[in-house]
Design a protein around this ligand. Structure first.
Ligand SMILES: [Cu+2]
Length: 252
């Protein structure tokens, strides 16, 4: 029933509490989550059924000790083999999906270098379709004296339907890059660059978070993620390149 439900509807109930994924990788995570629940429920129903059966049909009827099953080889082997099969199936699908989610293409369409620092984000568009972009989007570290409305969140804009690679580094402590709708987070570790790729499947605006407690204003370490059409994205890059060139020119 659950399988049929997941096939034809898309709501929090059939997603078992997960957000609606907006990347191809996120959809893989969601399927693994749903599959694990279905497997878990199937085992649960069997075990609960056996417990109820024992409770109802094997109640204590007098003082005679019922037949004991200790050192019964076939049952001992069953106890060992069945859990092993359960774990092996879960392991197989988890490892398979991890490989899919972790896979890096040889030529991503867009490469973004991400620096997570106390307490904001910097996004550098290193490469767009094999061409150096040199666009830097920097957040202002959280200012406790400014109102939430005054505070500008750093902007990460990416195109829908194209592979985007993120290279993650940190100059200070461990952070973690997290967009709930990616159904994915990855640590941002000093002296240990991390990488991952996503392909967005729909446009929209989302909020990204740091998900590793990193100090006083950790909770304020947010960014805006905008997934736009490839044409809007090219326009964004061109506009930022022009703006940043002018800004650089006016300071020298
Ligand atoms: Cu952080």
């Amino acid at each position: 029933m659950l399988l049929a439900l997941t096939g034809c509807t898309n709501n929090t109930f059939t997603r078992l509490g997960f957000p609606n994924p907006v990347t191809t990788q996120g959809k893989v995570v969601l399927s693994l989550w749903q599959g694990s629940w279905i497997a878990g429920l199937a085992v649960g129903v069997l075990v609960w059924g056996l417990i109820l059966w024992a409770v109802i049909f094997h109640r204590k009827r007098g003082d005679r000790l019922p037949p004991q099953v200790r050192y019964n080889m076939p049952i001992e082997i069953l106890y060992t083999v069945v859990p092993f099969i359960l774990i092996a199936v879960l392991f197989y699908y988890t490892a398979k999906d991890e490989n899919t989610i972790d896979s890096l293409s040889s030529h991503p369409d867009v490469t973004v270098n991400v620096i997570g620092y106390q307490w904001s984000w910097q996004f550098t568009y290193a490469d767009v379709n094999g061409v150096k972009a040199n666009v830097v989007m920097n957040g202002e570290p959280w200012n406790p004296y400014a109102s939430a409305q005054q505070q500008q969140l750093p902007l990460l804009e990416i195109p829908v339907g194209e592979t985007v690679r993120f290279n993650l580094t940190s100059p200070d402590v461990v952070h973690a890059f997290w967009v709930p709708e990616f159904l994915f987070k990855r640590d941002v570790i000093p002296d240990h660059p991390n990488h991952f790729e996503i392909t967005a499947t729909q446009t929209g605006t989302f909020i990204g978070h740091c998900s590793e407690l990193c100090g006083l204003y950790h909770a304020r370490m947010l960014f805006t993620l905008k997934i736009v059409t490839p044409a809007q994205f090219r326009q964004f890059i061109a506009t930022e390149q022009a703006r940043q060139k002018t800004a650089a020119g006016s300071t020298t």
